[in-house]
Design a protein around this ligand. Structure first.
Ligand SMILES: Nc1ncnc2c1ncn2[C@@H]1O[C@H](COP(=O)(O)OP(=O)(O)O)[C@@H](O)[C@H]1O
Ligand SMILES: [Mg+2]
Length: 264
């Protein structure tokens, strides 16, 4: 039996609170995301998953609690240091958010020019070409995003989030609107990002079977609180009625109980 080695956390939160006016969206969210893991956040719509992402990424300052990236606590950083630290985070937008007025190559080159201030055209072209080959879409550099299929656009969106070589890549519902076959190509891509590039992947998804298949750990968020967290096997054994109901509904027709342990 393979024993999973405990990994140290790359991101930690402690009692995170987030409110909009009187609407308390996050209530004391404490979690640890292990380095080079795939970490899935699941839960019903409107329960605070995207707000949790934005708070962790430093896009929304929390009303209470703390976020650490490695040993650095975000609220202790100056605005410049926070901006520099955010370069360690990549974010794959739900709709890919590509510029349709630019070619695919220009879309991928954009962060290299604007954020990293790279000027060497050959180097930029080389990084873009390598990455397009890596996402298995070589030769589409001169096309415009609006001429690509939905699945291709999503992969280019992931490539654009990868071009700055982040340490953590966040995916918010990356398979929404995709059919099961295309969803699988995105999940395979997440697995490769972690395995081949060693990047920690944090994933919000409502595809529960996929979360059980690819994630090392899963957090179940309900109305701003984590009600269950652990390996897929641990989550499957949670006796929380909402977690049980969610899993039961998601695995309807699936006779195999979700019992995978990491490394199994
Ligand atoms: N910028 C905002 N201003 C006010 N309310 C917000 C804002 N962002 C999110 N909310 C509210 O916070 C709650 C959680 O939203 P969200 O995190 O997007 O849910 P989900 O779990 O579906 O990702 C929702 O009720 C939403 O309306
Ligand atoms: Mg959301």
């Amino acid at each position: 039996m393979k024993v999973a080695m405990p990994r140290k956390p790359i991101i930690r939160t402690w009692k995170l609170h987030q409110s909009f006016g009187s609407h308390e969206v996050l209530k004391a969210v404490t979690l640890e995301i292990p380095e080079t893991s795939i970490y899935a956040v699941i839960g019903q719509s409107g329960t605070g998953k995207s707000v949790l992402f934005k708070t962790i990424m430093g896009m929304l300052p929390p009303d209470g609690g703390k976020v650490w990236f490695k040993e650095r606590e975000l609220s202790a950083l100056s605005p410049d240091a926070l901006l520099a630290m955010r370069k360690s985070f990549g974010y794959a937008f739900q709709n890919a958010a590509l510029f349709d007025s630019m070619t695919v190559e220009e879309n991928l080159a954009f962060p290299l020019k604007e954020v990293l201030r790279l000027k060497d055209r050959d180097l930029i072209r080389q990084r873009v070409t390598e990455l397009l080959a890596w996402i298995e879409l070589p030769g589409i550099g001169s096309r415009r995003p609006d001429t690509l299929s939905g699945g291709m656009r999503k992969r280019v969106g992931v490539a654009r989030a990868l071009i700055l070589r982040p340490e953590v890549l966040f995916f918010d519902e990356p398979t929404t609107g995709l059919d099961p076959v295309l969803s699988e190509t995105i999940h395979s891509l997440v697995v490769r990002v972690r395995r081949e590039l060693g990047i920690t992947c944090v994933l919000i998804t409502h595809d529960i079977p996929a979360a059980f298949r690819i994630a090392d750990r899963i957090a179940f968020l309900d109305q701003g609180s984590i009600i269950a967290e652990g390996s897929p096997g641990e989550l499957a054994r949670s006796d929380h009625p909402l977690v049980q109901a969610f899993i039961r509904i998601s695995f309807v027709g699936n006779t195999a109980a979700p019992s995978r342990e990491p490394g199994a």
